[in-house]
Design a protein around this ligand. Structure first.
Ligand code: I3P
Length: 255
């Protein structure tokens, strides 16, 4: 891949066969990190493909697993018909997830984090506001200014690369994530991952990625999410800076 996004995706090391299965071998993004801290942000204003919506309208298979996931989070979320059928379409579930998180409004959501003790936290998916996301970023980075700044500049570099990417212009990116990884040594990086639902658009059209989705447009709102993320990191840097200055002043007063 000679695209400007090349430095932001894991390197591809070919195919490997294990028994009857064939796998792709990818660069280990955690290599060299000690007790890595990881955050997965799902990008875009929707996480379902347009064909999922078409399928839901025509030959809608009902998913009982998704119905149960929905009920577990909010028993009042399914409609009377869905309760009666004990099932929801995949589109309905994904759309509900999008609308009850920051996906629809801010163009991304935090799917989960792994902290340095290996614990996994997924309770960020109902966050709706930028202020709450900023709090989550402060928690994720333990308010370390160096790490916040490293992430922020990597996101700005990604933004530049996306603007100049032929691949990005010509692909709809649904359900794709940005993976944030850092450790105590202040090594911090952001990677683009999960391209299972990334598809080319017809050769005559290009996507803008920074406009809301309308059915048929195939717009994904990826850049809406990136702009929100950068704004949230900016806020987090401001908060962490004030706190650092405050604690320096306190220390001087004590001396
Ligand atoms: C899953 C999540 C995945 C989706 C999966 C959902 O929901 O939305 O992205 O896989 O569908 O179950 P959750 O994270 O809330 O548990 P795809 O991105 O491949 O659609 P699946 O069960 O059909 O794999």
């Amino acid at each position: 891949m000679g695209d400007t996004l090349r430095p932001f995706v894991p390197q591809y090391h070919g195919l490997v066969s294990r028994g009857e299965n064939c796998y792709i071998r990818l660069e280990d993004l955690l290599s060299g990190l000690k007790r890595p801290v990881i955050m997965d942000c799902k990008m875009g204003v929707r996480t379902y493909q347009e064909e999922e919506l078409t399928r839901a309208r025509t030959r809608a298979a009902l998913r009982s697993d998704m119905y149960h996931k929905m009920v577990k989070i909010d028993p009042s979320a399914p409609s009377e018909e869905e309760h009666a059928a004990r099932g929801v379409t995949k589109w309905r579930y994904l759309q509900w997830r999008d609308s009850t998180s920051s996906t629809c409004t801010l163009g991304f959501r935090i799917e989960g984090m792994m902290m340095d003790d290996g614990s996994i936290q997924r309770d960020f998916r109902k966050i709706l506001t930028l202020a709450q996301l900023t709090e989550a970023l402060l928690y994720f980075t333990r308010r370390q200014l160096g790490i916040l700044k490293a992430y922020h500049s990597r996101l700005l570099a990604l933004s530049d690369a996306l603007m100049n990417s032929q691949f990005f212009r010509t692909h709809e990116m649904i359900g794709s994530s940005l993976l944030f990884v850092h450790d105590h040594s202040s090594k911090a990086n952001v990677w683009m991952i999960d391209f299972g639902k990334t598809t080319p658009v017809p050769s005559v059209s290009e996507l803008r990625h920074n406009v809301p989705w309308a059915e048929g447009s195939r717009e994904d709102g990826y850049l809406i999410g990136l702009t929100s993320l950068i704004a949230s990191f900016n806020q987090a840097i401001d908060v962490a800076s004030w706190q650092q200055e405050g604690s320096c002043e306190e220390a001087q007063t004590v001396i």
